[in-house]
Every structure is written in C-alpha cells, then in structure tokens.
Design a protein around this ligand. Structure first.
Ligand SMILES: *Cc1c(COP(=O)(O)O)cnc(C)c1O
Length: 469
C-alpha cells in the first residue's frame, strides 16, 4: 500500500468511526445474528491474491458490522461497561502506527517511562499509598493471577526457610468473588480445593469474622494461608468488602492481600468514594480496569504492588539474548508480569487523563452514579419491582416481583429480561444473588445520559405490564 492510498483510507476510516460514534444509538444494542450467520458469509479458504482495501472495507460494513454488539451504545446496561473515548481511540491509532513492542526499557524507553509516570498519576488519583508502584496488565484476570503467583512465591520462599515438608497453601475470597479468582487459583497451582469462599453479609460483602475463622482452621489443619482476595465492587452487585478489618487479619497472619477493584476502582477518584480504600495501608496488590470505567480502550488494567521486589522475584528472567547494559538502572516491565511482549498501552491512558483531566473524569463518573441512584429510586417507588442489593455505585440490582410464590419468580424474571433484550433497544444482563435471579442495570457507558436511562425505565415498565397482564 502506498502512502497516498494509506492516507485516503485513513481519512475515510476516521470519518467512519466519527459517524459510528454519532449514529450509534440507531443500532440495536445487542447483535441480532444467529449462530453461524457470519461464518457462512466468509470464504472457507484464504485469498490467494491480494484484494483491494475498498472491497475489504465494504465487507466489513456488510458482513462484520451486523455481528457486532455495541458496547459503546448509550443504552448499554449489561455486565460492566468497556468504554472507549475519542482521545483513547486516536492514541490507539498512534500505537498501531508506531508498532513498538515494549518488552524492555531499550525497546522503547518512552513506553517504559510513560507507563511509570501515568501509573503513578493513577495511584495519586485513587489515593493509594505512596509506596505502591504500578504496571499495566492486559486484564484484571491476569493481574489477579500475577498476584496469586507472587503470593505463592512468597509463601513458598517462607516455607523454604522453615525447612521440612511443604505445606499446602490456601486462598480466601468472598462467596461473591469474580470467577477469575477460581481460574487464577487453578492456574497458579493452589488447587481449587484450597480456595475458601468466605460468607458475606446481607449487603453481599465479605464477613471478616468468617475469614479469620477459616484462616485459623486452615492453620490448625496444617495449611498455610497465602492470599486473601478482597473485592471492591463485586461483579454481581458492586458489594464492597471491608478492607480495614480484612487488612488487619492479613497483617496478623502474614497473608498477601490482593484487592480486585476491576470496575469500582475508578470511583475512588471521587473524594466522596475514597472511604472504600480505608485500610489501604494493608494492601499488597491492587487492580482496577481503566478499560471499564475510565474511558480507555480495552485492554488496559492498572496493577499496583507494595513490594515490586516480590513481584520481580516471581517473574524475573535473564536469558542472554535479552540482556542490556542498562538493566540495573531501568525498569524492564517484562519482569512485572506473564508475557514477554508488551503493547504500548500507557499512551492511550496518557491521552485520556490529559484530555479530560482529573476533574473531567470525576464529572463523568459522578454523573453515572447520580443516574444509578435515580434509577434505584424509581425501582424502590414502584410496587411491581424489588431492589435486590444496595446500589453502592451506578449498578442497580432489581427484579420484578408481583407477590407470586418465590419459586416462580426466577423464571418470571428470566422471561422478563429476555423480553427487554429482544427489543434491541437496551441490553441488560443478570446474576444470581443467593439463588434469586436478578436483573442488573449497569450504568457507566460514556454516552449514557439521563434520557437514555429514562427511556430504559419506560421500556422496563411497559414490558413488565405486558408480562404481568
Ligand atoms: C470485570 C471484572 C473482572 C474481570 O476483568 P477482566 O479485565 O475482564 O479480566 C474481575 N473482577 C471483577 C470484580 C470484575 O468486575
């Protein structure tokens, strides 16, 4: 492709993205295609000869776009958001253009040093302790695996010093914890049978007393408690585990404390939400996703550790072909996580934080929380609906409840959610809270405004009336 063709299509694609963003509300939020429908339109074999870009782009619009679910849609209320933003998209273009692979300092000093600086900006924005140091991981799942591996390394090193037989290690998380903790526990070799799910209170937050009981019991049985994962903002209901008492238990028993704040971490940039970090001095590692609520294209997870030495000890490698004369003076982020190769992710984060500023980001997040609280009030004031968990942030868990028998409510709500999503006008997802089928209204897409939430509410009311008739 020559420079002129690249330029021509570059402009065209930027125009297309700009139009997509302004027209996005016209699409059905959830793709309506059937399984296999996209695949059937694609040739089985790869093209032998090159094809003109024009034709590829046409097929992108004709074949690919109908199979896209529109995460940036203002009526996106499912799961949690995965926000992008114009400054982030443009920075991704530059990243792709540069095409740098940033495994060590020398392979792009700017990438390593920008990452260091931008992650410290984030640390300050959230109010994490000054000694914590940040690194970007691809996802929260990976960051949690990294934490579990580091905790395992620390616990086994400790073991080695004690001599004697190796004790099995145990991991603790609330029963509401994200599935990535179980996955990480399996991958890191703790074994699923050594993961303890700790009971939660009526607000779905971990009960510290139950945690300590489990720790003491395991110690008695000859296990070594290695890691506690506390969640700030659980995936089902944004429950906030109480960090301070959990941190004290970890401190008392020398257990690694990892905090999973994948979605809710962003809210800590608000002074009025900082209290969830009370006890932060006990945190060993912390993850949150700028790719969820901080308007930075997927993927970008911010991971912070108190003792980078423990992290590096776990992941450091020294093959001859990767040695440089500067290794003692610089940060080589290949030693701060699992993959060797690294994308230049700090650039988009830098663009986003500079473009919006801390105040701009606070304003957007605060508005989502306001909208969440508004929706919560509508639910509370309508007798056909029931609020199912405290709405700590911008997620509202609710269900339809017309007073019928408890055992019939789950299928009613399943049917109800289906009828909402079938319209294509909104997309909500569901969860299970103590055996109850619950709808999740997760507000946090960048372009969601009050009228979108209102329209969703009107649709919810209309569909519920049809269903209950
Ligand atoms: C979304 C979420 C995750 C997983 O995030 P990924 O970046 O997709 O791995 C983990 N924990 C919690 C609490 C989440 O909400």
């Amino acid at each position: 492709m020559d420079k002129d063709e690249f330029r021509q299509f570059g402009y065209k694609f930027v125009d297309w993205v700009a139009d997509y963003m302004s027209d996005i509300a016209k699409y059905n939020v959830l793709s309506q295609v059937k399984p296999g429908e996209i695949r059937d339109q694609l040739p089985i074999q790869p093209p032998v000869q090159g094809e003109p870009l024009e034709r590829i782009f046409e097929d992108f619009q004709k074949i690919i776009m109908p199979g896209i679910t529109h995460w940036q849609h203002p009526s996106w209320f499912a799961y949690f958001p995965a926000n992008n933003s114009p400054p982030s998209i443009l920075a991704e273009l530059l990243t792709a253009g540069i095409g740098a692979q940033c495994m060590v300092w020398q392979t792009s000093p700017a990438a390593a040093e920008l990452e260091e600086v931008v992650l410290d900006w984030l640390r300050q924005m959230l109010g994490l302790p000054g000694e914590m140091v940040g690194v970007i991981q691809d996802t929260a799942s990976t960051a949690t695996l990294v934490a579990l591996l580091t905790a395992r390394e620390r616990a086994t090193n400790f073991e080695a010093n004690q001599k004697g037989a190796r004790m099995p290690l145990a991991v603790y998380a609330s029963e509401e914890t994200h599935s990535s903790i179980e996955k990480g526990t399996k991958i890191a070799g703790f074994g699923k049978e050594n993961l303890r799910y700790i009971a939660s209170d009526e607000a779905f937050a971990m009960l510290p007393s139950k945690l300590e009981e489990a720790v003491i019991q395991d110690k008695k049985r000859g296990l070594k408690p290695a890691c506690v994962v506390a969640t700030l903002g659980t995936t089902s209901s944004t429950a906030i585990d109480p960090l301070l008492p959990i941190g004290k238990i970890c401190h008392r028993h020398s257990i690694w404390l990892h905090v999973d704040a994948a979605f809710a971490g962003t809210a800590a940039i608000l002074p009025e939400k900082k209290e969830m970090l009370e006890g932060a001095e006990h945190i060993d590692s912390f993850v949150f996703n700028p790719h969820k609520w901080m308007f930075t294209n997927f993927d970008c997870s911010a991971y912070f550790v108190k003792d980078p030495g423990a992290l590096i000890q776990t992941f450091e490698i020294h093959p001859e072909y990767l040695k440089t004369g500067l290794d003692a003076k610089v940060k080589n982020f290949r030693d701060w996580g699992i993959p060797l190769g690294r994308r230049f992710r700090a650039l988009k984060l830098w663009f986003v934080i500079r473009y919006y500023g801390v105040e701009g980001l606070q304003k957007m997040v605060r508005e989502h929380i306001r909208l969440g609280q508004l929706f919560k009030e509508w639910i509370e004031n309508d007798e056909n609906f029931e609020l199912m968990a405290p709405a700590n942030l911008s997620l509202v868990c609710f269900r339809l409840n017309d007073g019928r028998k408890e055992e019939d409510l789950n299928s009613l709500n399943e049917q109800f959610l289906e009828s909402l999503n079938q319209t294509g006008k909104v997309f909500l997802s569901h969860t299970d809270l103590r055996g109850k089928y619950v709808l999740r209204m997760a507000i946090g897409a960048r372009m969601t405004e009050e009228h979108h939430v209102k329209e969703a509410w009107e649709l919810i009311q209309k569909k519920s009336e049809q269903l209950l008739k």
